[in-house]
Structure formats: structure tokens, C-alpha cells
Ligand binder design. Structure first.
Ligand SMILES: [Zn+2]
Length: 80
């Protein structure tokens, strides 16, 4: 069986318009995922932030006592 690293929901390139990865702060053209932004859901729609996949995976940490998997965004807060 042939294996593939292609994963549904991973986009090979970011939408470069105003793109800034909220983890590394960079805007390099690397694969991204869309992360929903809390408090923006309306029905089946919500706002999302583009995040580099490699930044997301390398920063994940698991808190077993609370059942949370999180990542620290080194780039700081999103402008509000
Ligand atoms: Zn990044």
C-alpha cells in the first residue's frame, strides 16, 4: 500500500494576502491549516487563522489532567 503525507484540511500554500503565522510570526510560503477563532462561530461558519502546519505540530503540548492539547503562539496576540 502506497503511503502519502497528504492530509485533508492541510493547504499546500497559504493565502498570502495579509498572512502571518501566529506561532512563528513569519509569512513563509509553507503548508498551512485553518484554526477556528474562538467566539466567531455563527451556525456552521466561523473565522479562522492560517497557521503553518510544521509550527503547529512542533509546538503542541498535552495536558492530560484537563484533556487539552495546546500550542503557545510565540508571535503574540492577534490584533483586535
Ligand atoms: Zn509559522
Amino acid at each position: 500500500m502506497k503511503r502519502s503525507a497528504m492530509v485533508e484540511g492541510v493547504f499546500p500554500h497559504p493565502n498570502m494576502l495579509n498572512f502571518k503565522c501566529q506561532i512563528c510570526g513569519g509569512a513563509e510560503d509553507r503548508p498551512v491549516v485553518l484554526i477556528p477563532i474562538v467566539g466567531t462561530q455563527e451556525g456552521n461558519l466561523c473565522e479562522a487563522e492560517q497557521i503553518h502546519v510544521d509550527c503547529l505540530l512542533s509546538g503542541l503540548i498535552y495536558y492530560p489532567s484537563s484533556g487539552v492539547i495546546a500550542v503557545i503562539c510565540r508571535a503574540g496576540k492577534v490584533a483586535e
